[in-house]
Design a binder for this molecule. Structure first.
Ligand code: GRF
Length: 190
């Protein structure tokens, strides 16, 4: 059984998609959800599925104890599913090739600090892009800069609002993120 740690601080729709995908498979145990937002929808999801949560403030997050708690879960993979803080360097270095992120656009476009949520889709719309998508990538010490594992695309039509673009992008995320995790854990090819 692989141990998976998820970092999430938002609605948690990607966490839900990952839970649903692995429910019947018995190859992955979500050992921990790390969250920095006491109001996050993902906390309800964790409660419903009895998944342990580590709620962190900035001080906890930067303390050596945080890394110890992650190591105690012996994770095969750590997946960031809507987590906005930059991961401390000690953590990045402690899990080489084992921390991935999902970004709701085609990096390197529309990435970097402050580029998250609705802002990304508004920027895509304002630029008149005819396509957008998702990027799943390894993380390094910089925002949205690590090696890309996969990108998936969707068209942007002239009539699409940023909300409609967000829905299309979420659809891609929910399909590809669990499968990318499964692929990286070595259980199945795409
Ligand atoms: C997703 O769009 C993901 O790309 C980004 O944060 C969002 C999280 O959404 N990193 P949710 O909380 O999983 O619904």
């Amino acid at each position: 059984m692989h141990s998976l740690i998820l970092f999430a601080s938002g609605r948690g729709s990607n966490v839900q998609a990952i839970i649903d995908f692995f429910k019947e498979k018995e190859v992955v145990k979500i050992a921990l959800i790390v969250c920095n937002n006491t109001l996050a929808g993902v906390l309800d999801i964790a409660r419903q599925h009895d998944i342990p949560v580590l709620l962190v403030n900035k001080k906890d997050f930067l303390s050596p104890d945080f890394l110890k708690k992650l190591k105690a879960c012996n994770p095969s993979l750590i997946a960031l599913a809507g987590f906005l803080w930059k991961i401390p360097e000690e953590v990045v270095h402690a899990f080489p090739g084992k921390i991935i992120n999902i970004h709701p656009a085609l990096l390197p476009k529309y990435g970097g600090k402050g580029m998250y949520g609705a802002r990304v889709h508004e920027a895509v719309k304002a630029a008149g892009e005819t396509e957008t998508g998702i990027t799943i990538h390894f993380i390094d010490e910089h925002y949205d800069k690590g090696s890309i594992i996969l990108q998936a695309f969707c068209p942007v039509c002239t009539a699409d609002t940023p909300e409609k673009i967000a829905d299309n992008v979420h659809y891609l995320e929910h399909y590809y993120f669990p499968r990318a995790i499964e692929f990286l854990l070595g259980n199945k090819q795409f």
